[in-house]
Design a protein around this ligand. Structure first.
Ligand SMILES: [Zn+2]
Length: 91
């Protein structure tokens, strides 16, 4: 008999078919007895399906460029404070 905590630890491997046959059997026994874990497993399975269904598309170029310009905008402002450090020479 395994606990819900143990079940959660093995869930990822179980969904990936990475568990040993005897562990898999224990997990399936737990699923049959524990509605909570059954719902979580079912939801996770569906989430993985949806996620994999959307996966073929890479990050849009537009978003990538926005991120990049945002980063370069922040960059020089931060490093610009470096030289001198506020110690401005007065004439
Ligand atoms: Zn459980």
């Amino acid at each position: 008999m395994i606990t819900c905590k143990k079940f959660m630890e093995e869930l990822g491997a179980y969904l990936d078919d990475q568990t040993a046959p005897e562990v898999r059997l224990e997990l399936e026994q737990h699923l049959a007895e524990c509605p909570n874990c059954w719902v979580i497993t079912d939801t996770t399975k569906k989430t993985i399906k949806v996620y994999k269904g959307m996966d073929p598309y890479p990050i849009p170029c537009d978003l990538h460029n926005k991120l990049l310009s945002a980063l370069t905008r922040i960059g020089p402002r931060q490093t610009g404070l470096g030289p001198g450090g506020g110690n401005r020479p007065k004439s």
